[in-house]
Ligand binder design. Sequence first.
Ligand code: FAD
Length: 475
Amino acid sequence: LSSEKYNVKRKQFGTVQESDINYFKSILSEERVLTDENDVLPFNIDWIKNCRGQSKVVLKPRSTEEVSKIVKYCNDKHLAVCPQGGNTGLVGGSVPVFDEVVLCLGLLNKIISLDEISGVLICEAGCILESLDTCVRERNLIMPLDLGAKGTCQIGGNASTNAGGLRLLRYGNLHGSILGIEAVKADGTVIDCLTTMKKDNTGYHLKHLFIGSEGTLGIVTKVSINCPVLPKAVTVGFFGVKDFQSVLKLYKSAKLSLGEILSAFEMADFNAINSSVTNLNLPNPIDEYPFYVLVETHGSDEGHDAEKLNRFLDKEMESGLIIDGTVTSEPAKMQTIWNLRESIAGSSLTRGYVFKYDVSIPLGNYYDLVPMLRKKLGNKALDVYGYGHIGDSNIHINIVVPEYTKEIGSQIEPYVFEEVSKLNGSISAEHGVGFRKPQYIHYSKNESALDLMRELKTLMDPKGILNPYKVLPEK
Ligand code: FAD
């Protein structure tokens, strides 16, 4: 149980009674109120199987009005609520810690409108990212974000975590792409900021309160989001590189050579790619190298783009920055390469317990922590590897150990966060703070910033019912 593992005490919330269940059934109907232990169990366990809550009830609203009624009732009765989207979050934010009511958003899954000219999509929070992408692609548009969890994560979860993903470099983050939000406050009030305008300077930009606040300030029920045009030409290059300095030089060169068509620049060290290859049996299209770089272009002219990428490959093979590589525009081959990269996150889960870190570090020191951790942990770790979004200074570090023990945990934390802080990085680049990191947030936020966060929380959710034990540290 998370509460025991992390030594957290239950706050003075109410406990769900039979009469509460009856009320929930009266507004949702019987089948959308889950109380059977087996039905509730998956909602208590997070994707990485690190956190486990003790909720006894899952509610599945189908509309904003139902969300509003539930949240208002819980607020009145002082019942804590844990909003849950696709439950792919990696910091334990999406599962309850004690007996919070799980508010499952998955049935709010309607697309409301898509303006093919402006590219603005309005949809409900429970729509799955990949389904939205499939839908908008039929209209020559794409979703502005893409991540390994796309088949399960929901747009409301993406908004609530300000998810970054594979093409942030090109399409920016959700604070920009999301134009408007409809959200329910802790007292049940519906805040309708569902504008579709890119330009709207009418006072405070309230949507930002809900983007990235991980369900602690309100429940996101609808979003309007700007979808870029479907690129006519996509090309992927996968390169073997001899050391990390070459990865950095290659990034600079790729920005200069590929300019506006560069859509992703990802790196992975040998151990990271090897983890996908050996644990998941995925093919690697090139030989073994200390570092790998994946470059993708999105453009409008296939011949022109492939030529640009090939020219870049030739130039950098000649300079020695690239030792070996392949460039392809064939969808199946591109998929094979992306699969290799996207599968790294889950590739070690069967080998033992994985400590996962998602940090931003200025590029000059981007990879420093990986060798430092290897040295520090020695043979206590089965594997330590780094991979991530170079273009966003964001590295993921996975440490695989045979099993979780407090002893090994205390060797890694707060060490990792201290080092990131010394390097002026962020202890959470894109996954958020959730349940796992509030006690470390001070490494990236000073006291006055934390105080303002607390004031906002008190204003939006005075009784603290929304996703307690998450994001904000105890004072
Ligand atoms: P959940 O996991 O259900 O919830 C995440 C948080 O948001 C929780 O705090 C929850 O309470 C809150 N929440 C969810 N829905 C709502 C709502 N409607 N209203 C209010 N609060 C809500 N993340 C990245 O940023 N970039 C990546 O590249 C990336 N790659 C990943 C790859 C894999 C294989 C996996 C498993 C995860 C990855 N993630 C990545 C993390 C995760 O997928 C994202 O954080 C995603 O945005 C979570 O969406 P979700 O619907 O699963 O939300």
